[in-house]
Design a protein around this ligand. Structure first.
Ligand SMILES: C[S@@+](CC[C@H](N)C(=O)[O-])C[C@H]1O[C@@H](n2cnc3c(N)ncnc32)[C@H](O)[C@@H]1O
Length: 288
């Protein structure tokens, strides 16, 4: 049962119609930018810790990502990380052997954190603060790897635009990789201590809310009501596949796992978690 104590997110949550037209997509992305500028404060507090972790050779890549990507030092000269946040995963790619890394994110605060971190490490990194839909065309054809995920897709309201960016960033023969929340995990109540339906539709679901879950960013100095509204969207596995193939990529891999990459169901037993699709991975190639 979800009770007040177990209520974990979106105190001011509501269902939203899908963003159909470009203006509404941009309006939601800009609102998310404001929301992420608030939420990124949580990352700013940890910049010194992140620098120390990366300087020690640390990597925040998930074991599933490491297994899928193999020895990056052998094949990846340039990686572009879409929705790079404060750059920890981006710079982990460098620690894993990538020669130069490029991060793109909509949040001013995240990109400022990433710049500070890479400067402290003297890392071969470049950062672009923009909506991923506006990723500069000077980066076209630069990437051996376009990497994204760990909480990326739900913030986007134009998946075909996203896939077109991936295609144009990749070199012919280049690789795309994503590990993200499995869309079916949205169907279950994150605040429950047994497996229970959340009641949301798998098809055409969009929602907005304020506040951040306690197992992720938690409380901010600014009160929940004063925070910016953040807009999310469930993209089904078929929609992700169709966006990538529609843009011209060949999808080469799909995996589904009970592994969480963050504590998304804090009250569920370990045994129950093994029954749910928590994450998926997908890979693709830009054909030669
Ligand atoms: C959950 S975070 C990514 C997690 C990341 N792996 C980390 O290090 O925590 C989602 C990121 O997407 C970014 N974002 C959301 N909408 C975006 C958009 N339209 N274009 C670019 N970045 C966006 C946010 O600013 C945020 O940094």
């Amino acid at each position: 049962m979800q009770d007040d104590e177990h209520k974990i997110d979106d105190h001011l949550g509501r269902m939203e119609p899908l963003a159909i037209d470009k203006a509404e997509v941009r309006r939601r992305h800009e609102s998310n930018r404001a929301g992420w500028n608030e939420g990124a404060a949580h990352y700013t507090e940890k910049v010194a810790q992140t620098i120390a972790f990366l300087r020690g050779g640390g990597s925040s890549l998930h074991p599933l990502e490491k297994a899928n990507l193999g020895n990056l030092g052998e094949w990846c000269k340039t990686a572009v990380h879409l929705q790079c946040a404060s750059g920890e995963d981006t710079l982990s790619l460098w620690n894993e052997g990538v020669k130069q890394v490029i991060g793109v994110d909509i949040s001013d605060v995240h990109i400022a954190n990433a710049r500070q971190t890479s400067a402290a490490l003297n890392a071969p990194a470049r950062w672009f603060r923009c909506d991923i839909l506006d990723t500069p065309t000077e980066l076209n054809g630069i990437a051996d790897l376009v990497y994204t995920g760990q909480g990326a897709l739900c913030w986007l309201h134009d998946l075909h635009g996203w896939a077109a960016v991936i295609y144009r960033l990749l070199k012919p023969g280049g690789t795309f990789h994503i590990l993200d929340d499995h869309p079916a995990s949205w169907l279950f109540d994150q605040g429950a201590d047994t497996i229970q339906a959340a009641g949301s539709s798998y098809f055409g679901h969009s929602e907005s809310g304020k506040g951040w879950g306690p197992t992720y960013i938690g409380d901010l100095e600014i009160g929940v009501e004063q925070q910016s509204r953040k807009y999310e969207r469930l993209w089904t596995l078929a929609e992700i596949f169709q966006a990538l193939t529609g843009a011209g990529l060949t999808v080469t891999h799909l995996g589904e796992y009970p592994n969480e990459y963050w504590v998304s169901f804090p009250y569920l037993s370990a045994a129950d978690k093994t029954k749910l699709p928590m994450t998926f991975t997908m890979m693709g190639k830009r054909p030669f």
